[in-house]
Design a protein around this ligand. Structure first.
Ligand code: NAD
Length: 676
């Protein structure tokens, strides 16, 4: 053993220095790389470094930190997870990380995680093995355990240590929601011990490592001790958690149930015993097809985010949005939130007022929930500029038009805009059904016109279809993709065909639902079949949400272009004639007025007579065969249209179509996508 501390030690991308004679600081990661992950090389380097550190008996503290400001640890190497093909190999992978973190947990000194930047998955598990966690209040700092989203559970000690640190219910909440919390939330929940400004992190970590700052030990109320410390208490927490998972995703994903099981049973065991449960569960999950599908989607999303001209998009400072309706108002808000001064124009003053009111309400709520600083909310409002005079658009780098879905009006607007804004300005249309080629045909320099199709609700829906018209330039497509990424959306480039990609693929699914209805199933039976297949909601509920008028308009366009395989429209017309437009009018296929919150709405009482289908609202007689085949028929309708779209080159690859279906309408991610 060497009693002397060393000056500086470097093994691979792990560097040790000594901010004071009794404190070693281990910095992890390559400052030149975009982010730091715990890949094979880093783990091996950490193992070697720890062997040296363990021998330095004159130490009193050890700090674990990232390699540069704003860079902590983004987690394990997902490629490593992808490569595992059997449960035994998966278990061994978990055990390797666990053993490393156990060595950190067993160091006899004050160990401090100094967190600035993303601290996810393995990054948080490493921090949990330290005795103290100090995090910065930087917006870059995000703390969480996202493993269940990849079909596994935190298997490097996270499922074992987090319940011991913050109690079982809160730990399960973090693990099951895969929450990415900021430092304030993490402090409130007890996941970190102290928050400091980024420039104060080094000093604060040193204070903790030297014992000059100590975290107050958390007092455990008697109720918590009874709950987490008794088998009856733990069983109750587990049951509540399982019920919640079932409500949200049924029994489709095994990982959340495994996490509940390991966290609950593990709490009754020693740390080593619990880690063994964890490793075994990870092994079983990691080798499953569900995990492989989720990991593939993760990579597809990552690669979609690298698309486009992100440099040009990052340089954008000014934008304009035309039309302040549901879509335009939300798109303008998104641009303003991402730092772009955005003028929002509408021909109706009330529409502008309503858009401002919606944004204010949203920002206020986020401030109230302490998810946004007041100053940041004010800055967003300053950048969001309602502009009643449509000729005063400044010098935007992009204009997004989101006025009514009318070809003549959109063409007139785009032509006028082309004269008004600099030639370098990209003109984007948010049309959901018109041809971008047709829209750009009368615009001078049509190469700058591109489709940017956001989905409703804009704040929530992660996908953006970027539509290349016949004259659209590569630059305009690249800028649109880059901008979508800046707005934290996932872009998929699609061809200019009716329905583009997502609505086109969705239409035969709705037509298949109509066919099942005519053959004898009720709307509720069909909706349940779709949910059983993994769809987030059934086709008739979806139609009611979209609005039957909007859906009928889309159906007309698609049926005219592709024929009867898209035809769900004939079901919609009788309801439209009766002024039933779906949820927004209080009634559609289902009745929304007077229905109790929390209960499912009942089919509209007039449905059967309006459609002339006696069993539409409630099916009679046994229909076992039909019921059994319904889920696969619904999914097959999606898959067969996806194959046609691929063959026609609507998107560049099967992967992009899979991603668009998962993000665009919630195709069950555990299946990987319709072309998987
Ligand atoms: P909306 O009716 O809510 O809003 C349209 C707004 O445009 C209205 O406020 C109207 O006053 C304004 N407007 C009309 N003509 C104008 C003009 N010449 N100049 C300025 N303002 C004008 O419509 P929406 O649902 O927000 O849809 C807007 C666009 O987005 C449409 O092209 C639609 O197809 C597309 N879209 C809608 C959805 C959706 O679910 N609502 C989804 C994707 C795309």
């Amino acid at each position: 053993m060497s009693a002397k501390t060393e000056k500086e030690l470097r093994v691979g991308n792990v560097v040790v220095d000594y901010p004071s004679p009794s404190v070693a600081r281990i910095r992890i990661g390559d400052p030149q790389a975009k982010q730091s992950i715990l890949d094979e090389a880093t783990i091996a380097a950490l193992e070697k470094v720890l062997t040296r550190i363990e021998a330095q008996i004159s130490l009193q503290g050890v700090i674990l930190a990232g390699c540069a400001p704003g860079r902590f640890l983004a987690g394990a190497d997902v490629k490593g997870i992808e490569a595992v093909s059997d449960a035994e190999a998966g278990r061994k992978l978990a055990e390797r990380g666990q053993a490393l973190f156990q060595r950190i947990a067993r160091l006899p000194w004050r160990t401090v995680a100094a967190i600035d930047g993303v601290c996810l998955g393995g990054g948080l598990e490493l921090s949990l093995a330290c005795k103290v966690r100090v995090a910065t209040d930087s917006p870059k700092t995000q703390i969480g355990l996202p493993e269940v989203q990849l079909g596994i559970l935190p298997g490097w000690g996270g499922t074992t240590r987090l319940p011991r640190l913050i109690g079982l219910p809160k730990a399960l909440d973090w693990i099951l929601t895969a929450r990415r919390a900021d430092a304030r939330r993490a402090l409130r929940d007890g996941v970190v011990d102290r928050i400091v400004a980024p420039e104060g992190l080094d000093a604060a970590a040193l204070e903790a490592a030297e014992g000059k700052w100590q975290s107050k030990p958390r007092s455990r109320p008697i109720s918590e001790r009874l709950r987490d410390g008794t088998s009856i208490g733990r069983a109750w927490v587990a049951r509540v958690a399982r019920d919640r998972v079932r409500q949200q995703t049924g029994d489709r994903f095994p990982a959340p149930f495994a996490a509940i099981d390991v966290a609950t049973r593990g709490l009754a065991l020693s740390v080593d015993g619990s880690l063994a449960l964890e490793a075994k569960a990870v092994g079983e999950l990691v080798a499953s097809p569900i995990c492989k599908n989720l990991v593939r989607l993760f990579f597809l999303m990552e690669s979609a985010k690298r698309q486009g001209d992100r440099e040009r998009a990052a340089a954008a400072t000014e934008a304009a949005v035309m039309g302040a309706g549901i879509m335009g108002g939300a798109i303008a808000a998104l641009l303003a939130e991402q730092g772009i001064a955005t003028r929002l124009h509408d021909s109706r003053a009330q529409a502008l007022d309503a858009a401002v009111a919606r944004l204010r309400e949203r920002l206020d709520r986020r401030v109230r929930e302490r998810r946004l600083e007041e100053a940041a909310a004010r800055a967003v409002l300053d950048r969001f500029q309602p502009t009643p005079d449509g000729s005063r658009l400044g010098k935007p780098q992009i204009v997004v038009e989101a006025i009514v879905e009318n070809l003549a009006e959109k063409k007139a607007l785009l032509t006028k805009l082309a004269e008004q804004v600099p030639e370098s300005c990209v003109l984007a249309t948010n049309t959901s059904s018109l041809s971008v080629t047709e829209l750009q045909s009368s615009v001078p320099h049509p190469e700058r016109v591109v489709g940017i199709h956001f989905f409703n609700p804009v704040e929530k829906m992660p996908l953006v279809e970027v539509i290349r018209g016949a004259h659209t330039s590569e630059e305009a497509v690249a800028f649109a993709c880059g901008l979508a990424v800046r707005l934290k959306k996932t872009p998929v480039v699609v061809a200019d065909c009716p329905g583009f990609l997502v609505n086109r693929i969705l239409a035969p699914y709705l037509a298949q639902a109509a066919a099942l209805l005519r053959e004898g199933l009720s709307i509720s039976q069909i909706d349940r079949a779709a949910v059983a297949a993994g769809m987030p909601m059934g086709p008739f509920s979806l139609l009611d949400e979209v609005g039957l008028d909007t859906a009928a308009a889309a159906s007309r366009v698609l049926t005219a272009a592709f024929g009867d395989r898209m035809a769900a429209g004939s079901l919609l017309e009788p309801l439209l004639a009766a002024k039933k437009l779906g949820r927004k009018s209080g009634s559609g296929f289902y009745q929304y007025e007077d229905h109790k919150k929390g209960s499912s709405p009942a089919p509209d009482p007039q449905l059967s007579s309006l459609l002339g289908i006696p069993w539409a609202a409630s099916a009679s007689g046994p229909k076992a065969d039909l019921l059994q085949s319904a889920p696969s028929r619904l999914l097959e309708a999606i898959a067969s249209e996806a194959r046609l779209a691929l063959a026609e080159g609507v998107a560049a690859s099967a992967e992009e179509i899979d991603l668009a279906c998962v993000l665009g309408f919630g195709y069950p991610p555990e299946r990987g996508g319709p072309l998987r």
